[in-house]
Design a protein around this ligand. Structure first.
Ligand SMILES: Nc1ncnc2c1ncn2[C@@H]1O[C@H](COP(=O)(O)OP(=O)(O)OP(=O)(O)O)[C@@H](O)[C@H]1O
Ligand SMILES: CC(C)(CO)[C@@H](O)C(=O)NCCC(=O)O
Ligand SMILES: [K+]
Length: 229
């Protein structure tokens, strides 16, 4: 069985490809939570080399072949980043998968960080990195004396309580960022959303985006890979 891992800033998203069965997928904090037999591992990690190695050590010690995705221009998608090796692999893989599905597009990955990237004409053009929705709310709450629940559900147009004021603020900030970049980049390419907070954002943006839950893992399946020993 092949185990695909998207090792993010906070969570590890996985997909286990099982012959003759539907793939099993989920989100875990630690790999100890995956106890199926694995004979090949394919991963992308935004964590340090040391932290990633430590995480994979149980597989490496058992001799499971481990392959890491890296940024590599191809005929389908070339990379405009100044130094492609420093582009977050999650951004590259999401762009690769989104381009395959939608062609030219804007890809937003709403996780611990929020990244908004632009793919056009077979090129990964670049994009921005800001704090994610939850992170932005947490920073606000920790830097002020605000208290109370924050809600991302059933947000009204004009908030009349604190939970909605903070919730709508975070959503509208993300929406405004994406709309602003669209103007700057002069593109009306479709918006593709992924990441843990994408379901909240997609509801907020009603119909103005495509939701793809596992873009990074999809990208892993078409990425250039190198073996990690
Ligand atoms: N069941 C869940 N458990 C944890 N976080 C969740 C869950 N559902 C949605 N979220 C949201 O997902 C966000 C985390 O995003 P994601 O799962 O994409 O990965 P990450 O590894 O933390 O971040 P990144 O993709 O930036 O590396 C959190 O801010 C949280 O608000
Ligand atoms: C921006 C994050 C943190 C988003 O997960 C990740 O893609 C990353 O660590 N990137 C490296 C820096 C860059 O993309 O320029
Ligand atoms: K992300």
């Amino acid at each position: 069985m092949t185990l695909y891992l998207d090792i993010g800033n906070t969570w590890i998203k996985y997909q286990l490809e099982r012959p003759g069965l539907a793939p099993q997928q989920g989100r875990v904090e630690s790999l100890n939570d995956i106890d199926e037999p694995v004979d090949k591992l394919v991963f992308a990690s935004v964590r340090t080399k040391q932290a990633t190695r430590a995480l994979l050590s149980c597989f490496l010690a058992r001799g499971v072949p481990c392959y890491e995705a890296y940024v590599s221009s191809s005929a389908e998608l070339s990379c405009d980043y100044d130094t492609p090796a420093t582009l977050g692999i999650d951004r590259w893989l999401a762009a690769l998968a989104a381009q395959q599905r939608f062609g030219d597009c804007i890809v937003a990955d709403a996780g611990t960080a929020l990244t908004v990237d632009w793919v056009s004409g077979g090129r990964y053009r670049g994009g921005v990195i800001v704090q994610g929705l939850q992170q932005s709310v947490n920073n606000l709450l920790s830097g002020t004396h605000l208290v109370g629940e924050v809600s991302f559900d059933s947000l009204p147009c004009v908030p009349t309580n604190t939970a909605h004021a903070v919730g709508l603020g975070a959503m509208a900030q993300a929406e405004g960022l994406i709309d602003g970049l669209r103007v700057r980049w002069q593109t009306d390419a479709p918006l593709v959303l992924t990441g843990g907070d994408a379901p909240n954002l997609i509801r907020f943006m009603d119909g103005r985006a495509e939701y793809c839950p596992n873009l990074v893992i999809e990208g892993l399946k078409k990425a250039s890979l190198r073996e990690v020993k």
